[in-house]
Design a protein around this ligand. Structure first.
Ligand code: GUN
Ligand code: ZN
Length: 429
């Protein structure tokens, strides 16, 4: 083994999933380190042991900073970067007023490339090393995103957002174009370097039955792709789906009936679920994605983390840029904590950090590859300064345990807390 870098400091490790197995499976080890070899994590262990194992390797000493896996943001819309924090609308009006006009601008490949690059640079500054993104309906927006990620050597998931109704003509494709363009993009990008293609119907209101069926057929032909969409985000939307699909048993059934429900499905939001929907999600092993800043910002509702976890349903954590109000997974963990409080489940710092890393990686079927510092994982790492502002530092001075320190940064931290970011074994920040 030829080691390339040694990072030392406090290291976040777990033997299990804190959310499911209890917070005690997580530890923060002092004077530990992570040894990187050939873009992967070779060993994680006591710093002295690693120094002895690799005496010639350059050490980057982070002292009391916390070395974590890079954050994994399981649901974003990179095209909405420039309309984040747009005022005053709920979901359907928000889409029509802010989102669709901006997504139309990405018809220009140069504009799409500029936004994609700007977006990825922003998220890396916030400690995020992987995202699963919706693009626009323009195939060139998908190329722009994957090219920008490839240049930055980031592991990313993305797909062309298919829509053939209830959206501006300039954003609509057809059932056949959705199939053909998505298939061509799968052939170009899926499995190339660190890129994975995700089959992406926006949501049932903007797809005809024919288009949903076409994408169900595409997924059957490419079962190793993930499929991402939205489910039951707002009550008005759920009612609209019922009127658009009178034969469907519920919102989930509009996907289920056409083969768009399965283990590799990712459903964003999933707030207003019926018992039948919860049963079917649990039976099929599909994953949900919790988007807490979005759910409060657009006024959608409170995701039932505790109830869904008790049913064994996996879920990832996400910013939902730009329906969400922040690019930061720290801010997103804080919002998840606050929503948990409102639903009677106070998440521990270890559970929040796990959700933002390995939990999201599990939802993306990338466990062991990203979202962990375990040997064999790709070396995507975020190092957190646990006293990045005076407001946080004065709190951490009173901390009784290291988890109190970490929790203060989760609740009050932002990109200033991100000391350093490593992507594919190289330092980027
Ligand atoms: N539902 C359908 N499209 C979108 C979107 O772009 N953002 C959010 N938050 N919900 C959606
Ligand atoms: Zn979304």
């Amino acid at each position: 083994m030829q080691a390339d870098h040694l990072l030392t400091g406090r290291v976040l490790v777990w033997d299990g999933a804190p959310l499911r197995d209890g917070r005690d499976v997580a530890r923060i080890e002092e004077d530990w380190g992570v040894l990187i070899a050939e873009n992967q994590i070779a060993v994680t262990g006591p710093a002295d042991m690693l120094r002895q194992a690799a005496p010639d390797v350059t050490e980057t000493a982070y002292g009391r900073d916390l070395i974590c896996p890079g954050f994994v943001d399981a649901h974003v819309h990179f095209p909405q970067t420039r309309i984040i924090a747009s005022w005053g609308k709920r979901l359907i009006d928000w889409l029509n007023t802010y989102t669709f006009p901006e997504e139309m601008r990405l018809e220009d490949p140069a504009y799409a490339a500029a936004v994609a690059g700007e977006y990825l640079d922003l998220v890396v500054k916030h400690g995020t090393t992987t995202v699963a993104s919706f693009c626009t309906s323009h195939p060139a927006s998908v190329d722009a995103f994957f090219e920008a990620a490839e240049r930055r050597e980031m592991r990313v998931y993305a797909g062309k957002t298919c829509m053939d109704r209830n959206a501006p003509d300039a954003l609509c494709d057809t059932a056949i174009r959705a199939y053909d363009e998505s298939r061509a993009l799968i052939e170009r990008w899926h499995g190339r370097g660190r890129a994975s293609y995700v089959i992406t119907p926006r949501f049932s209101p903007t797809s005809s039955q024919d288009q949903l069926e076409a994408l169900g057929a595409l997924w059957t032909a490419h079962p190793d792709c993930l499929m991402q969409t939205h489910l039951s985000e707002q009550i008005d939307e759920v009612d609209w789906v019922a009127s658009l699909f009178p034969d469907a048993r519920d919102y989930l059934d509009t996907y289920e009936a056409v083969g768009l429900l399965g283990e590799r499905a990712l459903f964003g939001h999933a707030i207003h679920l019926t018992p039948r929907e919860i049963d079917r999600i649990a039976e099929t092993g599909a994953a949900l994605v919790h988007c807490p800043t979005s759910n409060t910002f657009i006024g959608s509702g409170l995701f039932d983390m505790g109830g869904l976890t008790a049913r064994g349903i996996p879920f990832g954590l996400a910013t939902d840029t730009g329906g969400g109000s922040s690019f930061s997974m720290l801010r997103t963990m804080a919002a998840a904590y606050e929503i948990g409080q409102l639903r009677g489940r106070a998440l521990h710092a270890s559970e929040l950090l796990w959700l933002a890393t390995e939990g999201s990686a599990e939802a993306l079927h990338a466990k062991g590859r990203i979202g962990t510092l375990a040997p064999g994982a790709e070396a995507d790492i975020c190092v957190l300064d646990l006293a990045s502002t005076e407001a946080i530092a004065q709190r951490t001075r009173q901390a009784e345990t290291v988890w109190d320190e970490v929790f203060a940064t989760i609740m009050m931290g932002d990109d200033r807390a991100v000391r350093s970011v490593w992507v594919a074994g190289e330092r980027r920040i």
